[in-house]
Design a protein around this ligand. Structure first.
Ligand code: UT7
Length: 331
């Protein structure tokens, strides 16, 4: 049988500090009711502490992952990190993580696809397993969104949170693993959700700092409209391509940007709410972190052979869906 990349372990980390909707009411003109009804979010986690960055959350998730799988960091061949909040512009967060966890035999890189970072990383990592080149690839999705949020801008600061999730990919010949994927980008959508300065087009300056151009800028409505259609379309398409009917899907694992987008996607797929992974109420939108954090939260309910449709839409625009047959029964 063909070698596929199976997910053989999952782990996550969210910081201790809970930023509630009521605390945000004190920072910006908003209400807990508005936030919850418009997004589904009740609270999100924030990484506090001098000198702590995205890599520190990834390290916690990866250490738990290795412990759960009962392997050493030295066994890891590769670490791919989906993030838009890297520790540094360079070197890559992956390099930093390899050093911090002691993955001396691994190499890796950061992958910039915003909310779709984990999904793009999952598909990329699975290729290295399928070719037989590597035996153990870690894919992490992680963002410290609080590092690039303006806590006086009510249109963005209420949405995002910090967190990291990681999966281990290993070769499988029993039919489980990453079965199929559809990925896409449309760079013309970049104007609706981006960070204006800090890159090579507009390097950091006093002016860019004063103009608050190092924070997330989002024009929410156009992103919402594209996300609703984009995530539902790509999810329906991957079901069709794999002859999956609604009742064949055990779990929808959607990017957690807005509960209303998730509801529309599930409805289009014909998947009932009890089969939809949801943790936006507790973590908000952790960008590349949402999907592996969902897998981590729901791991105990997953059974070997379950059909999962992972689905995402994010800044870029970027989008994708992955059909995964779950690789193990949780102990
Ligand atoms: O994960 C990456 C991809 N991102 C997404 O998928 C996010 C997609 N967008 C969204 O989820 C939604 O557009 C938001 C949650 C960001 C905003 O919700 P919305 O229903 O699209 O609100 P809106 O921007 O159309 O604003 C409606 C009203 C406006 O007031 P007026 O002009 O009608 O008087 C806003 O000023 O709500 C106001 N508003 C707020 N009110 C209270 C905007 N933000 C807030 C707020 N609290 N935090």
């Amino acid at each position: 049988m063909k070698t596929t990349a199976a997910i053989t372990a999952v782990a996550g980390y969210v910081p201790d500090y809970v930023l509630s909707n009521s605390e945000l009411e004190k920072l910006v003109p908003t209400t807990s009711e508005w936030i919850e009804t418009r997004t589904g979010i009740k609270e999100r986690r924030i990484l506090k502490g001098e000198g702590l960055g995205t890599s520190d959350m990834c390290v916690k998730a990866i250490e738990l992952l290795l412990q759960k799988r009962g392997i050493s960091a030295l066994d890891i061949d590769m670490i791919i990190v989906g993030t838009v909040t890297p520790d540094f512009v360079f070197p890559s967060t992956s390099n930093v993580i390899c050093d911090k966890v002691g993955a001396k035999n691994a190499w890796g890189f950061d992958l910039s696809a915003a909310c779709s970072g984990f999904v793009f990383g999952l598909v990329t990592g699975s290729q290295f397993i399928e070719t037989g080149k590597y035996k153990k690839v870690i894919v992490v999705g992680a963002d410290k969104m609080s590092a690039i949020l303006d806590y006086t801008d009510r249109s963005t600061c209420i949405i995002f949170g910090d967190g990291a999730g990681a999966v281990l990919l290993e070769p499988s010949t029993d039919g489980t693993g990453v079965i199929d994927s559809i990925l896409g980008v449309d760079g013309s959508g970049r104007k609706y959700l981006h960070q204006k300065a800090g890159g090579s087009v507009k390097p950091p300056s006093h002016e860019t700092v004063d103009a608050k151009e190092h924070f997330v800028f989002q024009d929410g409505q156009p992103v919402f409209k594209r996300a609703v259609v984009g995530m539902a379309d790509v999810s329906a398409e991957i079901m069709k391509n794999n002859n999956l009917k609604s009742e064949d899907v055990n779990w929808l694992v959607p990017h957690q940007a807005n509960k209303r987008i998730i509801d529309v996607t599930a409805e289009r797929m014909g998947v009932p709410p009890e089969k939809v992974m949801l943790n936006i109420q507790r973590y908000g939108n952790t960008t590349a972190g949402t999907i592996p954090l969902c897998l981590w939260d729901y791991e105990s309910q997953l059974k070997k052979g379950d059909n999962l449709i992972i689905s995402t839409f994010g800044a870029g625009f970027t989008w994708g869906a992955v059909y995964v047959k779950w690789g193990y029964d949780s102990k």
